[in-house]
Design a protein around this ligand. Structure first.
Ligand SMILES: C[S@@+](CC[C@H](N)C(=O)[O-])C[C@H]1O[C@@H](n2cnc3c(N)ncnc32)[C@H](O)[C@@H]1O
Length: 216
């Protein structure tokens, strides 16, 4: 299997140039996320890509770290925040998602946007997230649910196409087919209660936004 960083490094420049799929929905979910943040919060985003969301959320918390497995994505993210006020800097660094958590550091909010379906062991990652989020703190994620595509035939076609694209390096090395129910159940099992959820953008497949609060 290709190392995920190899795939994401290769497409980072194009990813940075592509417009967001649905700007209104993106803005809506950013505003919903901001509504949960408080000035004293310590926040972390894993799989932050080119950093736009982290930079946007940064002014609403006290500290914001953001990590990604791809060096090229993190380089672009660092470049993007050159105009940002010094006291609103995001601390960007390269790390795989499970290695982004230092022992003994607790976060008030952890974000993962379009990431959970791309990691080899999402259950283990969620267990790590649950350890790192304070009781009452938030795990906020958005995840394409490829298992929720309307027609069985379309789902079957995706299940054939993606491995073929992976063989020629045109799809990420790990792609999981979550259903919306399966995704919510996995987050709940990890120790969170879902407080808000919805499809943004709704499209096909739905990209499912979930705000979950750590039980404790
Ligand atoms: C679809 S992009 C989403 C980027 C960003 N979160 C966004 O919403 O635009 C997926 C990102 O996850 C990163 N990624 C993939 N596998 C990862 C892993 N195992 N650990 C950390 N980051 C990973 C990729 O490098 C890429 O930047």
């Amino acid at each position: 299997m290709t190392h995920p960083a190899t795939f994401w490094n290769k497409i980072a420049t194009k990813y940075a140039q592509d417009p967001v799929l649905d700007e209104a929905d993106y803005n809506f979910t950013c505003e919903r996320s901001i509504s949960y943040l408080r000035p004293g919060f310590r926040a972390l985003e894993i799989g932050c890509g080119t950093g736009s969301t982290a930079i946007r959320l940064r002014p609403h918390v006290s500290t914001f770290e953001a990590t990604d497995i791809s060096e090229a994505m993190i380089d672009i993210a660092k470049g993007r925040q050159t105009q940002t006020a010094p006291d609103h800097q995001v601390s960007f660094w390269v790390a795989s998602a499970p290695d982004s958590f230092a022992d003994g550091i607790a976060y008030d909010a952890v974000f993962a946007h379009s990431l959970l379906h791309l990691v080899p062991d999402p259950e283990a990652l969620l267990a790590r997230v649950a350890q790192a989020v304070q009781p009452g703190g938030y795990f906020i994620s958005k995840t394409p649910c490829l298992g929720a595509i309307g027609m069985a035939l379309q789902r079957m076609a995706m299940r054939v196409m993606i491995p073929l694209m992976q063989l020629i390096g045109k799809a990420p090395p790990v792609v999981r087919f979550f259903s919306i129910e399966g995704l919510e159940a996995m987050i709940t099992r990890a120790g969170f209660d879902v407080v808000e959820a919805g499809s943004f953008p709704g499209g096909k497949p739905p990209s499912y936004y979930i705000v979950a609060r750590r039980r404790g």
